[in-house]
Write a protein that binds this ligand. Structure first.
Ligand code: SAM
Length: 332
């Protein structure tokens, strides 16, 4: 079975936020004084998550990415992963993490069947890293990255959100770091999502400028090939520096969106199905589930929800600048 939206796109990928909580407070994701106080009963239990994901998988979802908040803060996450990797409908179960707890969990994740991990890393300078994450320790994250590679997780992708005047001078150093460590590097434009994301306009750096910086770092006259499918079929545009084989991806949600090929939806930790990052529309699945909806009834709701997926990002629409539409709950 396939999930097809009203624009003919096949939806095969679900990103699942397993918690809003995080052990870092990145500038673009959280405002300083924000308290994340989701009561435990508001969060989907691991059993509820497993049930919904099973229903999604029967409908045509093939890939699941567990995210958050910080997914490794969710207790017994590995139990959920084991259930998911045993589901024959799912081709892939992956994880997005800030790597703070990865040194502890990398082997367990690998044994539970996770292969791909995406790790946020915005700076290689301890002070800048602490400033961006509001107190994070770079060394802990680097140990987490090394543990992921040593555990055989592959590919390990590193995501750097580029902010002008904050970490943009580190672009060449990050390219070198990724190459030395066998990581796939992706640069991300800041997105105006939630209160914190909307405050990032002043440091927004468009993809074209990021690429210029990458090229300058590698020698301006070198040969590059481009393509979205050099490494994966996600939203990044990849650029390969042919002489050295260095490949970097750039995710340009704002300057050049990739909505026509969008294959994803998001399930929040509170059980809402979010149709698009750049649109605050959502459908609650938790209350119907807790009120006794059968699997068939939940399936009907999901089929209905998929038809509401908008054609493209609408970051600029006033009604979508909803401060509650925050990355921490949406599963960025
Ligand atoms: N804690 C995990 C992590 O650090 O990867 C998963 C959640 S985090 C919200 C997922 C991704 O969202 C990270 O790569 C982060 O950099 C990105 N992100 C969050 N807010 C963003 C924003 N306003 N603009 C661009 N990327 C953002």
């Amino acid at each position: 079975m396939s999930l097809i939206d009203s624009f003919g796109r096949t939806i095969s990928y679900l990103r699942v936020s397993v918690t809003d909580r995080c052990n870092l407070k990145c500038l673009y994701c959280r405002v300083g004084d924000e308290r994340i106080s989701v009561e435990n009963h508001e969060l989907l239990s691991l059993e509820e998550l497993a049930r919904l994901i099973e229903i999604f998988s029967v409908l045509g979802i093939e890939k699941i990415r567990l995210t958050g908040g910080e997914p490794l803060l969710r207790r017994h996450l590995v139990n959920l992963i084991e259930k998911l990797t045993a589901n024959p409908h799912l081709r892939e179960v992956s994880l997005s993490t800030n790597a703070v707890l990865l040194e502890r969990y990398a082997n367990e994740l690998q044994q539970a069947g996770v292969r791909r991990v995406n790790i946020s890393l915005d700076s290689l300078n301890p002070e800048t890293f602490a400033k961006i994450t509001r107190g994070g320790q770079l060394e802990v994250v680097l140990r987490g990255i090394r543990a992921a590679v040593a555990a055989g997780l592959h590919p390990v992708k590193v995501n750097m959100v580029v902010m002008g005047g904050v970490n943009d001078t580190e672009i060449p150093a990050m390219v070198a770091f990724a190459k030395e460590n066998g990581l796939i590097l992706r640069f991300i434009e800041t997105m105006p999502i939630g209160k914190a994301g909307m405050q990032m306009d002043a440091s927004y750096m468009p993809a074209a400028e990021i690429l210029t910086r990458v090229q300058a770092g590698m020698g301006g006259d070198s040969v590059w090939t481009t393509g979205t499918d050099l490494v994966g079929n996600g939203p990044a545009n990849y650029f390969c520096h042919t002489p050295s084989g260095t490949t970097v991806g750039i995710i340009s949600a704002k300057s050049r969106n990739f909505c026509e090929k969008c294959n994803r939806m998001r399930l929040t930790s509170r059980g809402e199905l979010v149709f698009c990052l750049g649109n605050s529309g959502r459908m609650d699945l938790k209350d119907p589930m807790r009120s006794g909806a059968s699997n068939d009834q939940l399936r009907e709701l999901i089929l209905h929800a998929v038809q509401k997926k908008p054609q493209g990002h609408q970051f600029h629409h006033e009604e979508n600048k909803n401060p509650n539409h925050a990355m921490s709950g949406l599963g960025g």
